[in-house]
Design a protein around this ligand. Structure first.
Ligand SMILES: *Cc1c(COP(=O)(O)O)cnc(C)c1O
Length: 373
């Protein structure tokens, strides 16, 4: 497949252009571009109904949603979180002057290990910030139980978990708040965008003040808010995106199933399997390379794939705890993060997106299989 257009890990889905132009005409007519416009209000309502949640507050991106979520609950001191995520998870703590406390992850799905949370709690701990890594739910029952016992808040970074359900209930209904990202690389995109999901009207009101400088009315500023509003163009775009999402999930499911079948018997390559009772979104297709059993290391396989025009991504490598800003923290010690340190050196996320051709999937699997012998 040399010399062809490279195959990237994801390829964004865009709404129907003619329909989008119709929406733009409405915006041009209304001349209302941002600040809780009609498309914004409609998108919040439709999105809440679609996801099966009570309250959605739209944001200009997921990172500002994370930062604002911590502000909304007045989180301070220390927050227990995972090093196995995208840097924005921990950066949001840093921007709030909160000290991240990393705990290790489970060896199968890479989510925060609830059994290690209690040992990391100190008098300064105010919240837990887990991530639903690759869209596979963290152990929400155990985490919420620990939070209740110790009087902590729970904010889920659900950037990967758009429309993931557990026994028919949205995963976004667990904890105090959940954060979504609608960045171009996510399964559901508004180019850039994000949201906070909350459980009551009072909290939504506070979140809505915070994303608009803290204004509660024309002359009252109730908090040092930020500007993180989603505009009308993106809201109209997002509304159109909802129409085709379910079909896209089915297409990604088919790709994941095909990869699993083709790679099942390759020694030293581990794939993730569906979990009982979970409606998955197949946002990512991570494989884990065990260099003891597979002839190549993860980085060698990653390079080989690249030479064939297949651009996987090493999500998540390095660990957040390894970046200069965070590596000096006591909890960043690799002895505290043994499983995360292992997974970060094994993972490659393979391309997965609705337009990905069956032939390409087969070719990718063949490269991995051929190199295994
Ligand atoms: C994408 C992502 C974010 C950041 O979202 P943006 O919308 O890009 O700001 C945060 N956390 C995780 C886990 C992500 O994957």
């Amino acid at each position: 497949m040399e010399n062809k257009k490279p195959i990237l890990i994801s390829s964004p889905i865009l709404p129907d252009l003619d329909e989008f132009v119709e929406s733009l005409k409405v915006i041009w007519e209304r001349k209302w571009l941002t600040n809780n416009g009609e498309f914004h209000q409609e998108f919040e309502k439709k999105l809440a109904a679609y996801l099966g949640v009570e309250y959605v507050s739209l944001f200009s991106n997921g990172t500002l949603a994370l930062i604002s979520a911590l502000q909304a609950l007045r989180i301070t001191g220390e927050v227990i979180t995972t090093p196995y995520s995208f840097v924005a998870t921990t950066h949001a703590l840093y921007w709030n002057s909160i000290k991240p406390v990393f705990v290790d992850i489970d060896p199968v799905y890479g989510n925060i290990d609830p059994l290690k949370i209690e040992a990391a709690i100190t008098p300064k701990t105010t919240a837990i910030m887990p991530v639903h890594v690759y869209g596979n739910p963290a152990d929400v029952e155990k985490i919420d139980e620990i939070a209740e016992t110790y009087g902590l808040k729970v904010i889920y970074d659900a950037a990967h978990a758009f429309d993931v359900k557990k026994n028919g209930n949205s995963i976004l209904n667990f904890g105090d708040l959940s954060i979504l990202s609608f960045h171009a690389t996510k399964t559901f995109n508004t180019i850039e965008g994000g949201a906070i999901i909350c459980q009551d009207a009072k909290t939504k009101k506070r979140i809505d003040y915070l994303k608009n400088f803290g204004f509660s009315d024309e002359v009252t500023v109730v908090a040092p808010g930020i500007n993180a509003k989603m505009n009308e163009v993106q809201s109209a775009y997002g509304l159109l995106q909802l129409k085709s999402y379910e079909k896209q999930t089915e297409e990604r499911q088919e790709i994941a199933r095909t990869y699993c079948e083709l790679l099942e018997d390759v020694k030293g390559i581990r794939c993730l399997h569906d979990i009982d009772g979970i409606k998955h979104n197949y946002a990512y297709f991570p494989i884990f390379v065990d260099a003891q059993k597979y002839p190549l290391t993860r980085d060698e396989l990653y390079q080989k794939l690249k030479e064939h025009g297949i651009h996987g991504r090493r999500y998540f490598y390095p660990l957040i705890s390894e970046f200069p800003t965070y590596r000096g923290l006591p909890s960043s010690n690799p002895d505290n993060l043994k499983i995360a340190s292992k997974m970060t050196n094994q993972v490659i996320c393979l391309p997965i997106y609705p337009d990905l051709k069956l032939n390409t999937i087969r070719a990718i699997a063949r490269i991995i299989t051929d190199l295994s012998v």
